[in-house]
Ligand binder design. Structure first.
Ligand SMILES: *Cc1c(COP(=O)(O)O)cnc(C)c1O
Length: 418
């Protein structure tokens, strides 16, 4: 009976082309990976700077394990925090130019914990419609009133604050910096103005911007000259490791350390991982060349894929979404590319809104020109296949039209074109 309900859930997912079955990689992932017996170009990782597997990070992890052992053994609030954790937290706070930081085992845990620690029943959160799932869940966990504002629409947000600000004692605005599935941004300067007008806190999740944009890779807020109240970032993407942090004023960090259930009731970050964090920060800080290569690679893909007739929304981040509409088209496309040795996973609801299934194409600084040429040759072959020809879906047009140009103000990247 109980198992039957699981079976019918699986059958429903399969019927709707929404069943997820990850591929197995037989060797570490990099610009290419060994999958099902062949070396394939990987365009679906978040290893933006190509740091995953960097020799310095492998060495730091190995040395950290030899010095600090294989486990933190308990929550930091139970068995004490290790010096190696403190040093990593200080290093990331200094990098972010924030007074204090707290480490979390993952970015998901950081969002769950930080949001639910800072607001609660009687408070109010304003959350962008396209925020990451972990932000949505953090808002739900907080039991604060949640108002979802239209994606990147700061004018609508201002009106919503006017209408609802009085309903919460404390108010928090929370947004992704670079949106994970669309690769676009929001006008952080305007958000900061709205936050101060209505006495609301501003939390920015820099997951896809940290390491990639801003001076020294310090993220989108730094690129905009905005200083959010709290920043959440992950070491699992551009930093080539795993784990995450929240950074901000000492009082906020102390509240999070005391109240965040994903911190208080979870085993502390693997000490070896903490030991590798200062090395990864140094690698990210010095990665200007990699950032320039990445920017060029994503601009090239955007331009060439548009020229082939695919629906590529404007944008300038490393994330290049290719809208395909129905989930089965995204999966078909992904399978055909895989047969041409290009690995890009199809992205379907609920990760993205219904009608906007897509490929999320992400080059890294480690991809060579030869890789990109092979990728474009594969897409060009598919552009000619009749059943895969781009279609015109009104819902995708809405998704395209919703984009604002205001992120240009913050100078994401250095190019001028869109
Ligand atoms: C990936 C991601 C997270 C989660 O980070 P992990 O360290 O992978 O758990 C949080 N927020 C955003 C916007 C993300 O893209």
């Amino acid at each position: 009976m109980f198992l039957d309900s699981a079976r019918s859930r699986l059958a429903a997912l399969e019927r709707e082309h929404l069943l997820r079955t990850p591929r197995t990689l037989a060797a570490p992932t990099g610009p290419t990976a060994l999958i099902e017996g062949r070396e394939r170009i990987v365009l679906c990782s978040n290893d933006y700077l190509g740091l995953a597997g960097h020799p310095k990070l492998r060495e730091a992890l190995a040395a950290g394990a030899m010095t600090w052992g294989s486990s933190a053994s308990a929550s930091p609030q139970v068995s004490g925090t290790l010096r190696v954790h403190e040093e990593a937290a200080e290093a990331i706070a200094a990098f972010m130019k924030q007074p204090a930081a707290l480490l979390f085992p993952s970015g998901t845990a950081a969002n769950h914990g930080a949001i639910s620690a800072l607001v609660g029943p009687g408070d109010i959160v304003f959350s962008d419609a396209l925020n990451h799932a972990s932000i949505i869940d953090g808002c739900r966990l907080s039991r604060a009133r949640v108002v979802v504002y239209p994606h990147a629409d700061t004018r609508a947000l201002d009106a919503l604050l006017r209408a609802h600000r009085h309903e919460g004692a404390t108010a928090l605005i929370v947004t992704d910096a670079v949106f994970s599935m669309d690769g676009d941004t929001t006008d952080l300067k305007a958000l900061a103005r709205v936050a101060s007008r209505w006495d609301a806190g501003l939390l920015v999740d820099e997951a896809h911007a940290l390491g990639v944009v801003g001076p020294g890779g310090r993220g989108f807020a730094a690129a905009c000259g905005v200083h959010p109240d709290l920043v959440v970032g992950t070491f699992g993407k551009a930093f080539g490791l795993a784990g995450a942090f929240a950074a901000g004023p000492a009082e906020l960090i102390a509240v999070i350390a005391n109240r965040a259930r994903s911190y208080v009731f979870s085993t502390a970050m693997l000490p070896a991982l903490a030991a590798a964090i200062p090395s990864s920060i140094e690698l990210v800080r010095g990665a200007d060349d990699a950032r320039a290569r990445l920017e060029l690679a994503s601009a090239t893909l955007r331009q060439e894929l548009s020229a082939l007739g695919f629906q590529i929304p404007p944008g300038r981040s490393a994330i290049v979404p290719m809208l395909l509409g129905a989930p089965e088209r995204a999966m078909q496309f992904s399978t055909r590319l895989f047969d041409l040795d290009v690995f890009v996973h199809g992205i379907r609801p609920p990760t993205v809104p219904i009608g906007t299934s897509r490929l999320r194409i992400v080059p890294t600084a480690a991809h060579t020109e030869a890789h990109l040429e092979r990728v474009l040759a594969a897409f060009s072959a598919l552009a000619q296949a009749d059943e895969l020809r781009p279609i015109d879906d009104p819902r995708m047009r809405v998704s395209l039209a919703n984009r604002l140009d205001e992120d240009l103000e913050c100078g994401l990247g250095r190019g001028s074109g869109r």
